[in-house]
Every structure is written in C-alpha cells, then in structure tokens.
Design a binder for this molecule. Structure first.
Ligand code: FES
Length: 160
C-alpha cells in the first residue's frame, strides 16, 4: 500500500497536533494501513514535535500496534493452557496450513495476518480462533477451513 503522508497530516490536524493524542493518532493511522510504516512514525514525530524514540516507544509498547505490514483481517489463535489442552496446537497447525503462513506472518495477498494469544478469558469455549474480533469457539482442525471459507465469503461479499 502506498504511503500518503498527507493523510497522516489530516489525522494529526484532526487532533490539533496534540501530543496527548499520540495513541489515538497512531490508532487511526493503523486502522488505515493495518500497521505503522516507518515514514508515518517519522511524520507523526515531526508533526507533534516529539522525539522519534518516544513515538517508537508507544508504537512498540502496545500490542495493538504493529511495525510490520499486517493483513486486512487479523486471525488470533488462543494458545493459553485451557485451549492448549483442548487441542489448540492442532487447530493452529491447520490454520497455518489453510493460510500458508507461520505465526506472526501475513498472507502474500495481504488478506490475513496470523498471531497467537495466551488466554482470552473465555476458556470454556476453547479452543478459540478469533477473526477480526469475532470469536469462533470449540474449534477443531476439521472446522478451520469452513471458518475461512465462510469468513472470506461474508467479508468479500460486503466489501466487493
Ligand atoms: S486459554 Fe484460551 S481462552 Fe483461556
């Protein structure tokens, strides 16, 4: 995706160049790019007159931010203890196979990024796969393909 620093300026201007709005600014930018490109971080630091290291500090501290390009859809597989004993590793293997990526990676078409988490606090539903915040509980390897097929269809249908 091409980086348009003018869009970054528009977002910063909306917050009135307010340093206290750094997190909100980064959230808005991340919502557009699905990650925080380096030139964007530099521009935000320039516009807010903040040391680059401070902006990087915030961008790397919060898990919601990513410095690596992320896909349009975020896939999280829970590997917490409860999900683990109920078969999460096999589910994760099948998710990797279906998407053709390793944990932390993004599909070549930039549609999906795969990440793992440690306990989502809904252990009774485990193993859990979350796609863009939508929980899919009691997952089995055999159900994984259906999740992505369904999910792709629903999303592409809406956004086509
Ligand atoms: S271990 Fe997966 S939700 Fe708790």
């Amino acid at each position: 995706m091409e980086i348009d620093l003018k869009k970054v300026d528009v977002i910063v201007d909306q917050y009135g160049c307010n340093r206290d709005s750094l997190i909100s600014i980064l959230q808005d930018i991340q919502a557009g790019y699905h990650y925080l490109p380096e030139e964007v971080i530099r521009q935000v630091a320039r516009r807010l007159d903040l040391p680059l290291i401070q902006v990087y500090g915030v961008a790397t501290f919060f898990k919601a931010f990513s410095l690596k390009p992320r896909g349009k859809h975020l896939v999280h597989v829970c590997l917490g203890t409860a999900c683990h004993v109920r078969g999460a590793p096999a589910v994760l293997d099948e998710v990797k196979r279906q998407l053709g990526v390793e944990t932390g990676d993004t599909t070549k078409d930039m549609k999906f990024t795969l990440e793992t988490v440690n306990c989502l606090g809904a252990c009774a539903l485990g193993p859990i796969v979350v796609v863009d915040g939508n929980y899919q509980g009691k997952m089995r390897p055999g159900k994984v393909k259906g999740v992505f097929k369904q999910y792709r269809g629903a999303i592409e249908g809406k956004q086509a």
